[in-house]
Every structure is written in structure tokens, then in C-alpha cells.
Design a protein around this ligand. Structure first.
Ligand code: XMP
Length: 327
């Protein structure tokens, strides 16, 4: 298999069975070994499906020549960095470097409202952090990445700059290793399952590289980001508790306020917008119809438990015309 180009060959078979996934894994392992030789690979391990599958592929291909780096950019969901460390370091025994770069990212993002500018700052900062980590390690010459095919298609179409494609500096001196860049999301999941990753990881909802940064709309502030993180945790907790299988479920907090009444006084706080969508290949998405009782429960909890949010809305927009993320 040729991984050098960014174009999925017309005759490339769609991975729809465990056997096809196994065949892909075999070819990808060979291709990665041929590319890397006895070099070392630094992998950006966010804990999402894509980077987790790439980590598992690389572990299979090159074992201890892989060094995983998990950067907490301060835009992770509640409890997420802790979970990455637990799964990869404790359970899978991978070599994992944990970097808490929260202040560095949030300081750079302060006052930046434009979504593409935010994406580029986050992407560039990521690369800088990895370069610094690489400099501390001996002999790293490759960078593993969880780029998937829709990232490439949408970046080429100019829809938006995904951080793992659009944010790379020109003078990057790592060579990229991107074994799933020609795959669609459902194919990546099937490969992950065949690699023996736990279901909770393989079927985990996708989370954008720029994290909560593209859900804390406009210029990010620490207080609004904290409110978003708490509201997001409630949405996830309640939907998981209801046993629903939904592609992506989260909320966004816009940079505006609405009037409310709290404890008998006028409140002027942020609204929170819940978004639940189903998708097969990320190119299109349908809004999931949630039961009224569940929506009321989530709403009640957010209003009662999240300081700074006084209004809850539900997003009814399919993709197209709305992208899954608001920014
Ligand atoms: P959109 O918003 O383009 O999202 O309909 C499609 C899917 O991609 C995820 N997404 C991103 N993933 N970097 C990523 O790695 C990004 O900048 C990014 N933006 C969106 C989104 O969550 C959805 O699953």
C-alpha cells in the first residue's frame, strides 16, 4: 500500500469487515516499518479514536521505537487527560510523556476570537510543544499523526483548517507518519477493534484536536471554558447513563449573555447549546431526536450545577448546512 500521497486511490477497497481490517493492518505495519527503519517516532496522543488507533498501529509495527506524548492544552474535556494516562500508561504499558501546557495555550489564545486563527494557534503550539519534547529525547526524527481522510478532503476544499493538516509550519524537520490518513472514520474504528483496543476507546465519540477551544466560541476566557467543561461533562454523563449510542454529543458556550433570574435577582449569564448528531463518515450528520424527559433532566442539571449558565438550547441543524462543530 502506498501511503505517500494524499489521494485515496479509486480502487481502494472500503474496510467493512474484520478480514479487510486485518489486511490493512498488515500492509500498514509493513509500510511504517519501511518508512521508519530503526528511527524513533514521536506520537501526539490525544486519546481520541484516531491517535489511539495510530498508537496501537505503531506499537505493533515498531514497539519501543515509539514515544507517545500527551499534551494537556487546557482544552481537554473533564477527566480526559487522567484517562489517557490510565489507559495508555497503566493498562497498555506504552512509553508516555505527559505535558501540562494549559497556561501556555490559554495565554496564546487570550483575546483571539477568529475560529481559524484559534485553530492555527493551537496547531502551531502543538508542534512547538512536540518539537521541544523531541529535543529532550534522543534521536526522534518522525512525527506520528492521526490525520484521517475527511481532514484532508475538507482542508483541500477550504472548509476549515484542521489542526493536523493546516497548522504545520513549513520548516518542520520531522517526517510525518500518518497511517490512517486515507481512511474514513468507520474504517479507523474497525481497524482499532481488530488491534484489540477496548470498545470504550474505539467507539468513543470523536473530539476535535483543538478540543473545547472550538466549543468555547469566540475569544476563550478561563471562566467560560470552565463552565463549558462542566456542562459538557453533564451532557456526556446523562447520555451515557441513558445508554444511548450517539455519534457526537456535546455543548458549546457562545461569547454572549442572556438575561435570567437566579435566587430572585436578575442574572446575566451565558447560554449553553446542546448538539447531538449521528454520522457514518463525518461528511454528513443528522440531528438525533432526544426524549423530552432526558433533555429536561440535562437542562435542569446544567442550570443548577454550572455557575455562569442561565439558559439551555438544543441545536436542530443537520450537516450540511451546519458543520458538526460551531467553529
Ligand atoms: P465538522 O465541524 O467539520 O466536524 O463538521 C467533522 C468532524 O471533525 C471533528 N473536527 C475536528 N477534528 N481537528 C480535528 O482533529 C479539528 O480542527 C476539527 N474540527 C472538527 C468534529 O468534531 C467532527 O467529528
Amino acid at each position: 500500500m502506498d501511503f505517500s500521497g494524499n489521494k485515496r486511490p479509486d480502487d481502494m477497497v472500503r474496510i467493512t469487515t474484520p478480514e479487510l481490517a486485518d489486511a490493512f493492518i498488515g500492509e500498514a505495519v509493513e509500510a511504517m516499518r519501511a518508512q521508519v527503519g530503526d528511527g524513533k517516532v514521536l506520537l501526539a496522543l490525544s486519546g481520541g479514536v484516531d491517535s489511539s488507533v495510530v498508537a496501537a498501529l505503531l506499537i505493533k509495527a515498531i514497539g519501543r521505537q515509539l514515544v507517545c506524548v500527551h499534551v494537556n492544552h487546557g482544552l481537554m474535556r473533564k477527566g480526559e487527560s487522567e484517562q489517557v494516562i490510565d489507559v495508555f500508561q497503566n493498562q497498555m504499558g506504552a512509553e508516555l510523556v505527559f505535558v501540562d501546557a494549559t497556561d501556555r495555550f490559554l495565554n496564546k489564545l487570550a483575546g483571539v476570537a477568529d475560529p481559524e486563527a484559534k485553530r492555527h494557534i493551537i496547531g502551531e503550539e502543538f508542534i512547538k510543544v512536540f518539537a521541544e519534547e523531541a529535543a529532550k529525547l534522543e534521536g526522534i526524527s518522525f512525527l506520528g499523526q492521526g490525520t484521517i481522510y475527511p481532514d484532508i478532503l475538507e482542508s483541500e476544499a477550504g472548509v476549515k483548517a484542521h489542526h493536523n493538516v493546516g497548522g504545520l509550519p513549513k520548516d518542520l524537520d520531522f517526517e510525518l507518519v500518518e497511517p490512517v490518513k486515507l481512511l474514513f472514520k468507520d474504517e479507523v474504528r474497525m481497524v482499532g477493534k481488530q488491534l484489540g483496543l477496548p470498545d470504550g476507546m474505539v467507539y468513543r465519540q470523536p473530539f476535535p484536536g483543538p478540543g473545547l477551544g472550538v466549543r468555547c466560541l469566540g475569544a476563550i476566557t478561563r471562566d467560560r471554558l470552565a463552565a463549558l467543561r462542566e456542562a459538557d461533562a453533564i451532557v456526556r454523563e446523562e447520555i451515557d447513563a441513558a445508554g444511548l449510542d450517539i455519534w457526537q454529543y456535546f455543548c458549546v458556550v457562545p461569547d454572549m449573555r442572556a438575561t435570567g433570574v437566579r435566587d430572585g435577582r436578575r442574572a446575566y449569564e451565558w447560554p449553553c447549546i446542546i448538539r447531538c448528531v449521528d454520522s457514518i463518515d463525518v461528511m454528513t450528520a443528522e440531528v438525533r431526536e432526544l426524549g423530552w424527559a432526558l433533555l429536561k433532566k440535562i437542562t435542569g442539571r446544567i442550570l443548577a450545577e454550572v455557575p455562569g449558565i442561565c439558559r439551555v438550547c438544543y441545536d436542530l441543524t443537520p450537516k450540511p448546512i451546519g458543520t458538526v462543530e460551531w467553529e
